[in-house]
Design a protein around this ligand. Sequence first.
Ligand code: NG1
Ligand code: ZN
Length: 531
Amino acid sequence: MAQFEEVSQKSKLHPKPEGLTLQYGTAGFRTQAKHLDHIMFRMGLLATLRSKKTKSTIGVMVTASHNPEEDNGVKLIDPMGEMVTATWEGYATQLANAEQDSLLKELKVVIEKEEIDMSEPASVYVGKDTRPSSASLSHAVLDGVSSLGGKTHDYGLVTTPQLHYMVCCCNTHGSYGSPTVEGYYQKLSQAFLQLTQNVPNRTDDQKRLLVDGANGIGALKMREMEPFLRSELQVVLSNDGSSGKLNHMCGADYVKVQQKAPQGMNMGVGERCCSFDGDADRIVYYYTDSKGCFHLLDGDKIATLISTYLKELLTQAGLNLQVAVVQTAYANGSSTRYLEDVMKVAVCCTKTGVKHLHHAAQEYDIGVYFEANGHGTVLFSKAAQKQIQELVKDPNTNDEKKRAVKLLESTINLINQTVGDAISDMLVIEAVLAIRGMSVQDWDTIYTDLPNRQLKVTVSDRRVIDTTDAERKAVTPAGLQDAIDSLVKKYKNARSFVRPSGTEDVVRVYAEADTQESADSLAHEVSLAVY
Ligand code: NG1
Ligand code: ZN
């Protein structure tokens, strides 16, 4: 058929290296950039089919997030800005691994299984990060879409969450915002200014924030956004991409895993600092105290700050809406205890990977979800948003209630509900600290983290490890969990688990205990049990 003629021709320009197999993992395909050209072309094809099937715009983001600059990757974005569904992840893997001569056959399998009407139009939004390989790889995506007759909009350099936002704006016909980068800046900055204008006499110190841009797209976009914030936030940007290498000794993942400040940041004692990751969907905060001790405020602390703030506003507004926090096994034990015992909020634990947290958070009126690494956001159910909007308009709402409910409304506008977003999360945190009159030190002392350690172990086949109970227990290989259990018993307040990574060819080991020495030693011992 003529419509496949072009696919057939163009696919020859994006040949698959024979024998190479890759899997659509936790965050799409991710590997060395040099292996990805055919994958990109094929994801262009698949996104076009997904668009025809859903009769909506689909997004394709070219990025490998926090991974090294030499890597790249791709993820598909569904109509409401969420991650693509599991069935389509399966199609992505099948299509990616089809040898050159069976590509059309595999494409037709998807078309038949999903009963896709090929006469439907298709629209695909494409974005990319700042990796040197991203330009040509995103062209391969565009080639894939156009070879199936789909329309494309190339947003060029954008953060991952910006592209999620664009897709959602487009499919909700503007009710979420306008699908332009400027529309994104306008929506977020207006909400931020509304929130902070309620706080009189903020000092320059309170407005000043040191931002590590990981030498990536987040730095670029922060520069673009700054004028919209009208000096209400004074960003001191480091690792802005002008000289350093992407994610190298900097960025949110480096800071979280190494538990130390990034290189290239000139931190004064007690100064509030944060780091984005390579595609600006994660953020962590930190500061150094007068003794030179480094303090990390990770995704768990962010979730605690935001959920406490929201709960307080709901009480002031007299709204009976349930706030829940969704975490993963990596959440620090102290955070879970604080949220459950002191804050009395429901806490739910899911498997690693934002799509799992996102789905769990959708079950509540207000679902705050964060991975410990700083990837997360807040979801407000339609009903909750409606109640808040109605209360804002209600003439019988008294002044105190009105203030609280207006703050809630602006907070909703400031949050990117499609996915974790470093820029949006940063503005929410800055607004919450300002409104509650808290310093980063006050925030840090809400609870004390249990010392912890994360390690990576390389094994011949990481898939021999299978887990259950939201990845907190290993079911296979036989004997591994018993070995971990008996090691954990040797330490106080200890916990440890292992799981195969979904983005790297490694097994991840996590341990926490009463002292850093114990956490380090437990992680080390568990690593030996895995090896
Ligand atoms: P894997 O490699 O599956 O552990 C990592 C992160 C996830 C998630 C994905 C996608 C940890 C321990 N894991 O997944 O939370 O963010 O990358 O970027 O941080
Ligand atoms: Zn990322």
